[in-house]
Design a protein around this ligand. Structure first.
Ligand SMILES: [Zn+2]
Length: 261
């Protein structure tokens, strides 16, 4: 199986998800490929973020694929984000709750233009407050139809469904999503644009049990509710479809050597 939503890094100033912990956990859970970003972004110098990313890519033996988490400050510092693309990222992550991104502002549109030019998907955290609820991204999904946009967590679920029905470029991941919400995507005919995501190992912050145990329990519950065929779609087949768009070849000698999308 694959996992679209994994993290390494510092979390809320309380926990640290080391690259070692993440690599070992994903291996123990038999996740063949996972897409991750660093929760340290913005709270430590970028050189540390870079080190975390490179370490996890290395330790994972090619299973870990990085997304670049972008803050408004990073865009100010490097208007084309060129200073941060030190390796071949598979996408961009925007956290509109944690960082103050105006969903209708120009800076966010600049990020989307960069993603369009680089043929990269953009993952939006959804939920938590009005400016990061799924519905606010309807406009940007319409404005950038060639950019694949992932509404991570799909919150609130009705807004997420509405955006996905309107915009064929909108996808959702299942990180911290209830089983009922995942089943709803199937009932609404949207299961082919849902990607399995877990937020591993962030569950360690919320639940008093090992992250791997939570993961196994959650995987079991979702696969039982969806059945084998649809579970295989969200954990495997849909990933193939998602990454089927031909990406531009970049001749960056600094590209992370082990990342082969
Ligand atoms: Zn997350």
């Amino acid at each position: 199986m694959q996992d679209f939503h994994v993290h390494t890094g510092h979390f809320k100033g309380k926990l640290y998800f080391s690259p070692e912990e993440v690599a070992e956990g994903m291996k123990a859970l038999h996740v063949e490929r996972y897409y991750f970003s660093s929760t340290s972004t913005g709270s430590v110098p970028f050189s540390e973020v870079r080190h975390e990313i490179e370490s996890l890519v290395d330790l994972s033996g090619g299973r870990a694929v990085p997304f670049l988490w972008v803050s408004p400050e990073m865009l100010e510092h490097s208007p084309d984000l060129g200073s941060y693309f030190f390796c071949e990222f598979a996408g961009i992550k925007i956290h509109g709750y944690h960082h103050d991104w105006n969903p209708n502002g120009k800076p966010l549109r600049r990020v989307l233009s960069i993603a369009r030019d680089k043929v990269l998907p953009v993952m939006f955290h959804t939920g938590g407050c009005e400016r990061s609820d799924a519905g606010v991204y309807m406009n940007i999904c319409r404005e950038f139809p060639s950019v694949k946009i992932i509404l991570a967590h799909g919150r609130p679920i009705d807004e997420c469904v509405a955006v996905m029905k309107e915009c064929p470029n909108a996808w959702a991941d299942t990180a911290f999503m209830s089983v009922n919400s995942i089943v709803k995507f199937r009932d609404e005919g949207l299961i082919s644009r849902v990607l399995w995501g877990s937020d591993f190992p962030v569950m360690r912050y919320y639940y008093d049990m090992p992250a791997t145990e939570y993961y196994r329990h959650n995987t079991g519950a979702v696969s039982e509710a969806l059945g084998d065929e649809d579970f295989a779609r969200i954990t495997r087949d849909n990933f193939r479809q998602f990454f089927s768009t031909k990406r531009q070849t970049r001749n960056d000698p600094r590209a992370c050597p082990k990342f082969q999308p």
